[in-house]
Design a protein around this ligand. Structure first.
Ligand code: NAP
Length: 255
């Protein structure tokens, strides 16, 4: 018995990185998976790579989560093709880092659009099914950057916004059998952090080594670290936990 047998999980930004790692973990515990990402062929390729438990299925859907109509259509397509929806992971994300005085309006709007409006769009579309069936699990990706990070005024504001959004979902949706939580990852080795290394002019190896030195457990995180916490928070074992943000960061922000 897997914790997600018979469940359908929708994971945005799941063609790679943390989203893909989380999709693989949920699949290994029995879930059918909808991999949602900007590029439909990348989403379909990722879905085809998932190792599924017998009877489960995986599909890939191209969707820009900052587009309201596309998000609604995506949720309806998941329900039509996979027979329902039980778990939503709002993971899609981008960075447009710059110091405030150089940050453009477009950098601000793009980051808010994907992280905050994207989470709003997908959650609003999913919640009507969750409320109807009196069951649903929502997991939002925040970040340690929510606590403030030089060069990330847009991203930090969006990631702290995600925490307020999550708390409010917990309050509004709890009476309907729906749990909403967030994870705040620290440094996770993905293409997103590799791109940051390039931006600050460091090799990926040196950048990861520096990140490992900056936390008490002295290593960087991997998508599997986030996936393990995500699987717990979206499982029925966590049904008394809602509105919370769990930092999964090797203790980086402890002090
Ligand atoms: P990643 O490797 O860059 O993957 C993000 C995925 O999201 C990509 O496949 C990307 O597609 C997709 N995406 C971007 N915009 C989208 C949109 N509008 N609609 C649908 N999909 C979209 O990132 P990651 O490192 O796995 O991060 C995943 C989440 O964790 C993000 O929310 C991020 O902010 C958060 N996080 C990451 C870290 C870290 O250290 N890596 C730390 C804290 C929080 P394209 O490739 O086509 O752009």
């Amino acid at each position: 018995m897997g914790r997600f047998d018979g469940r359908v999980a929708v994971i945005t930004g799941a063609a790679r990185g943390i989203g893909f790692g989380t999709a693989q973990r949920f699949a290994s515990e029995g879930a059918s998976i909808a991999v949602v990402d900007l590029d439909e062929s990348a989403a379909q390729e990722a879905a085809a790579k998932l190792e599924l438990v017998d009877g489960a299925r995986a599909i890939g859907i191209g969707c820009d989560v900052s587009d309201t109509a596309a998000s609604e259509a995506t949720v309806e397509r998941v329900v039509a093709e996979l027979g329902g929806i039980h778990v939503l992971v709002n993971n899609a994300g981008i960075t447009r880092d710059n110091l405030l005085f150089k940050m453009t309006e477009l950098d601000w709007d793009l980051v808010m659009g994907v992280h905050l409006k994207g989470a709003f769009n997908m959650t609003k579309a999913a919640q009507k099914h969750f409320v109807q069936q009196k069951y649903g699990k929502i997991l939002n990706l925040s970040s340690v950057s929510a606590l403030g990070n030089r060069g990330q005024a847009n991203y930090s504001a969006a990631k702290m916004g995600i925490q307020g959004f999550t708390r409010t979902l917990g309050i509004e949706l709890g009476p309907f059998g729906i749990n909403a939580n967030a994870i705040g990852p620290g440094f996770i080795a993905t293409e997103m952090t590799d791109a940051t290394a390039a931006r600050v002019g460091m090799s990926v190896e040196d950048f990861r080594a520096a990140a490992a030195e900056s936390n008490p457990v002295r290593r960087v995180g991997f998508p599997e670290d986030i996936a393990a916490a995500a699987a717990f928070l979206c499982s029925d074992e966590a049904s008394y936990i809602t509105g919370q943000t769990l930092y999964v960061d090797g203790g980086a922000k402890l002090g």
